[in-house]
Ligand binder design. Structure first.
Ligand SMILES: [Zn+2]
Length: 472
């Protein structure tokens, strides 16, 4: 694909007086707000397999909310600068939002950007489990989070006013890389290292799509830019709290459109990160995060001339709970896993990384006692043009691409780590290849395809209903 920007093909209104129809009555309403969720210094930080406490704040973390209203229906899109939002927090936040605003919980999509330089978020139930994280700061944050998310959504709801919504799809293929590689020895490597001579080729694709949705007031003042892109947020590292590259993205876009809030959501990026194995001197840290945010801001900026008005149409919210199979574990595996975890951090004979990853998975899976993992697939659509698909967990990119391909909507945004965090969701064909994401996955082979199937089904239903509702 060579096109720098893919124009959004807007379906034309077929009404005889189409132009007149697209008047003020056609405007949806939107409200935008951001609630600061930065935890205090000393908070246990997420992202890696070792404990580290935050030393300070490079940039603040937020729960950013966009509330949309059309035809009397309201929905909220909330994006949190966090590694993930546990299901219990999502449910508590939805209850609080419903109580404060009347927006039904099922109409609320709460997602995490997957920032690796934010707090550990461990629900009280999660803290009781064996896989670490029972630290006080992690549960304290999880207890405060639903209220903060609800405050953001309620503030956005209070700001509801007629809005001009427009959309476009940007393109950026220089930032993201599939981090799984076919190696010369026949294995599939995971982050095999820069300039590794044993790399044959990437084991999967990337998704260069940068779908954006712009919200402006009826007078045209910019309110928010919704940006979705599939690439792990793990470019900063270190001990300072940071939202990672979306921080620079928001700062630059806010400079171009003063007063505008940038709401970044993570695409299907389970196997996608920023590491260019062919670039021997690629740096990391805040400078690299700023470079990435700058390039992505460029991709978004290039969509400005192509932002096409989205006519209001029906706002629809659909969800389906999918019972995902568990990965198989041997009967003696939990005992072995506990022994491995007990050796964690030892100076002598500490467990290997993949051993530890697998051990945590085994304990979590064994504790379910065979109970399938419940996953919510959520689809929010506006008219017959825009679709947001929320999937819990870190979704392999091919699954996201498959959903977009099957979607009848002009612009479909796949949002991972939405409404829960079930861990990695590999494709079926990645299972026999093994390595990190597969070793870590709490759901079994075929789970990703089940989520795709459910999403495609909901998208088809929503599109058929939108077409039926369109004026003829
Ligand atoms: Zn991850």
């Amino acid at each position: 694909m060579t096109a720098k920007t893919l124009l959004l093909a807007l379906p034309l209104a077929l009404a005889p007086c189409g132009a007149a129809r697209a008047a003020a009555a056609d405007l949806a309403e939107a409200g935008v707000a951001a609630e600061k969720i930065t935890p205090p210094p000393g908070t246990l930080m997420a992202g890696y397999y070792f404990d580290r406490a935050a030393s300070g704040v490079h940039d603040d973390l937020f729960a950013k909310a966009i509330v949309i209203q059309s035809g009397g229906v309201r929905a909220a899109l909330v994006a949190c600068d966090l590694i993930g939002v546990p299901r219990e927090c999502v449910e508590a936040a939805r209850r609080a939002i419903e109580a404060a605003t009347g927006i039904p919980g099922a109409h609320v999509m709460i997602s995490a950007t997957h920032a690796h330089t934010g707090p550990v978020v461990r629900s009280p139930a999660g803290a009781r489990r064996a896989s670490g994280g029972g630290k006080e700061s992690a549960t304290a944050f999880a207890e405060a989070l639903p209220g903060l998310i609800a405050a953001g959504a309620a503030a956005a709801c209070a700001n509801l006013a007629p809005a001009r919504i427009s959309a476009a799809r940007g393109f950026e293929d220089s930032l993201s890389f599939n981090r799984r590689f076919h190696m010369k020895d026949g294995t599939v490597g995971w982050n095999p290292g820069r300039l590794n001579p044993n790399i044959l080729r990437p084991a999967g694709p990337i998704d260069p799509d940068v779908p954006v949705v712009h919200f402006a007031s009826a007078q045209g003042a910019p309110l928010a830019m919704y940006v979705n892109f599939a690439m792990h947020l793990d470019t900063v590292g270190g001990l300072e709290i940071s939202a990672d590259y979306p921080y620079t993205l928001g700062k630059l876009l806010g400079g171009l459109k003063p007063g505008m809030l940038t709401v970044f959501t993570q695409g299907a990026a389970g196997d996608i990160n920023h590491i260019d194995v062919a670039w021997g001197t690629q740096t990391h840290g805040h400078v690299e995060a700023a470079r990435i945010g700058t390039v992505l801001a460029g991709a978004v900026t290039r969509t400005f001339p192509h932002l096409a008005a989205v006519s209001a149409g029906p706002l629809q919210c659909r969800s389906r709970l999918v019972a995902l199979p568990l990965p198989e574990i041997a009967a003696e595996a939990p005992e072995r896993a506990r022994a491995i975890i007990a050796r964690r951090g030892l100076a002598e004979n500490p467990p290997a990384f993949l051993e530890l990853v697998e051990a945590y998975k085994v304990i979590d899976v064994a504790e379910r006692g065979g109970k399938p993992l419940e996953a919510e697939v959520q689809v929010i659509t506006l008219g017959d043009t825009l679709a947001w698909v929320g999937l819990p967990g870190e979704i392999f990119v091919e699954l996201g691409l498959a959903i977009k391909r099957s979607s009848p909507f002009a612009q479909t945004m796949v949002v991972e780590l939405a409404n829960g965090s079930i861990g990695y969701v590999p494709t079926r064909h990645a299972w026999p290849q093994g390595n990190y994401e597969v070793a870590s996955a709490r759901c079994g082979p075929g789970s990703g395809e089940m989520l795709c199937e459910a999403a495609s089904c909901l998208l088809r239903e929503a599109h058929a209903a939108a077409v039926r509702a369109a004026p003829r």
